[in-house]
Write a protein that binds this ligand. Structure first.
Ligand SMILES: C[S@@+](CC[C@H](N)C(=O)[O-])C[C@H]1O[C@@H](n2cnc3c(N)ncnc32)[C@H](O)[C@@H]1O
Length: 211
């Protein structure tokens, strides 16, 4: 039997497969992400929002925040639209993150969940600069994402733990230390990893108040 590789987020089957999968310790990482955000969040942007899971968590903690979720996948955005229904504070839009961000109004917070590892390292670096420019002074970028494992054995362990039989050919994992360095190069302060379990890492970076 030839197993079809589900590598495109335009494929509803892949979307359904991802949304049905459990990722161990993700809820802990998401709680820590919420803790890393400023006390007051007026505007939040979610990069690669998918079905809006992370955006919904931020909005439930910061009720009334104006929220924007962008993603290149129509099936994912349809799931997000179902989640948010007629909520007037959430705006969803199509955008390919391999292209420069097309939003210009400042945000207090930019978040992303398991999306940026689909971009090339070169694009990740450029995106980090775009996010820095988009944040208001004191704004926070919180990226819960997959990073390169310390060893091939750890990679195998992670893959098994999330229930995948094979690597995802669309993955382009960056190194944790490299990404922390790219965020500092982009001008961020207080750059740190707040949580890590195998390949799952929460990276938080703050735009300085005095810029
Ligand atoms: C693993 S899902 C994560 C979804 C959601 N953020 C979450 O936390 O569950 C990855 C998401 O990134 C999106 N994505 C992947 N590459 C993208 C790109 N180049 N531009 C925009 N979105 C992209 C996919 O469509 C998908 O919704």
């Amino acid at each position: 039997m030839v197993r079809r590789v589900l590598s495109e987020w335009t494929d509803p089957e892949r979307v359904a497969e991802y949304l049905s999968r459990e990722i161990p310790h993700r809820d802990v990482a998401e709680s820590l992400l919420l803790e890393a955000l400023p006390r007051r969040v007026g505007r939040v942007l979610d990069l690669g929002t998918g079905d809006g899971r992370l955006l919904a968590l931020v909005c439930s903690r910061h009720t009334g925040a104006q929220a924007v979720g962008i993603d290149s996948s129509q099936p994912m955005l349809a799931r997000a639209a179902e989640r948010f229904g007629s909520c007037t504070t959430v705006e969803l839009g199509v955008h390919d993150l391999s292209q420069p961000l097309a939003v210009s109004v400042p945000f207090d917070v930019v978040v992303s969940g398991l999306a940026i590892h689909h971009l090339s390292d070169e694009r990740k670096r450029a995106l980090f600069s775009e996010v820095h420019a988009l944040l208001a002074p004191g704004g926070v970028f919180a990226n819960l994402d997959l990073v390169v494992s310390a060893t091939p054995q750890q990679h195998e362990r992670f893959r098994r733990a999330i229930g995948r039989e094979e690597d995802d050919p669309a993955d382009c994992l960056g190194g944790l230390c490299e990404q922390l360095g790219w965020l500092r190069d982009a001008g961020f302060r207080e750059v740190d990893c707040h949580f890590k379990w195998l390949e799952l890492a929460l990276i938080v970076a703050v735009r300085a108040l005095d810029e």
